[in-house]
Design a protein around this ligand. Structure first.
Ligand code: SAM
Length: 274
């Protein structure tokens, strides 16, 4: 594949100024302009050769440039803001046949139907819809080779959290049941324009090969919702509606334990038994 060279393109700050991309809070807009940092983000996504890469929220196109510099077969970028879509036209011209810009809401767009496998997602997600997008992709993780996603650091902590920590909860269990999860890069708030109130971090998720086939994701969600819905309570109380002490006895779990101390394996056992 011919290497894409973004060095002849105008600096991202010029693109932002020329298209008057004043950032909108409602769209979670915080833009990255440092191409060295942006290339590091594309690098932690791993080898993209043979892959179609989906980017959600390209904004002025910094990460899009770095993704076009990889060996990806094509990049499909879904953007809700028509001003950003217009700003990306020059980039599409500079990468003929390799960049498709789709104007739309990623929450309502069938990303799988519009791309060929193998597929990966690499995105600096809008914070306001990041978790909702992730959960949707986890439910059909078989469609994706990997997800490399930037979140608020606190959300990245929750996704990658281990038992016993404050961040450990429903999102940790669902993400780690579906995927091997690694928190791979911290990105300080100062790297963005405008800087958000909090730091960010990148999480790399790959579908788990050893995911037990006899555990139903919907049941795991019911168990985790009940257990963490009242996380300070003992499990015999929080899981009462799902079988309480009898269920916990069958799973070999101490009924006085609290949700935050159960391992993924414990939750999988409970989901098998409800
Ligand atoms: N990727 C760019 C960067 O790193 O500089 C911009 C990232 S910014 C955090 C999030 C982007 O997502 C914005 O361009 C915003 O317009 C876009 N966006 C927000 N909500 C969206 C949605 N529901 N679907 C698609 N794009 C969305």
């Amino acid at each position: 594949m011919a290497a894409f060279d973004s060095s002849s393109l105008p600096p991202l700050r010029d693109v932002i100024a020329r298209h008057e991309l004043r950032t909108r809070k409602s769209l979670g807009q915080h833009f990255l302009c440092d191409m060295n940092l942006i290339r590091r983000i594309a690098a932690v996504a791993g080898d993209m050769s043979g892959c179609t890469v989906v980017e959600v929220g390209p904004g002025p196109g910094g990460l899009t440039r770095a993704l076009l510099e990889t060996d990806a077969v094509a990049v499909v970028a879904v953007e809700k803001d028509p001003r950003c879509v217009a700003a990306l036209a020059d980039l599409a011209d500079a990468a003929p046949g390799r960049l498709r810009i789709v104007e739309g809401d990623a929450l309502k767009t069938d990303l799988v139907a519009m791309t060929a496998p193998p597929r990966a997602i690499v995105a600096n997600l809008p914070y306001n819809v990041g978790t909702e997008l992730l959960l949707g992709w986890l439910h059909h993780i078989e469609n994706w080779r990997s997800l490399t996603l930037m979140f608020q650091a606190e959300v990245a902590d929750r996704i990658a959290a281990a038992p016993g920590s404050k961040a450990y909860g429903r999102l940790s269990i669902i993400a780690q049941f579906c995927c091997d999860v690694a928190r791979v890069l911290d990105v300080p708030a100062a790297a963005f324009s405008p800087p958000p109130k909090v730091d960010s971090a990148i999480v790399h998720l790959t579908p788990r090969r050893d995911r037990p086939a006899d555990v139903d994701l919907a049941k795991l969600e019911r168990v985790t919702a009940a257990a963490f819905g009242q996380r300070r309570k003992m499990l015999r109380a929080s899981l009462k509606s799902l079988g309480g002490e009898a269920l916990l006895a069958r799973a070999g779990i101490n009924p006085q334990e609290r949700a935050e101390n159960l391992t993924l394996n414990d939750f999988e056992n409970l989901a098998r038994l409800v």
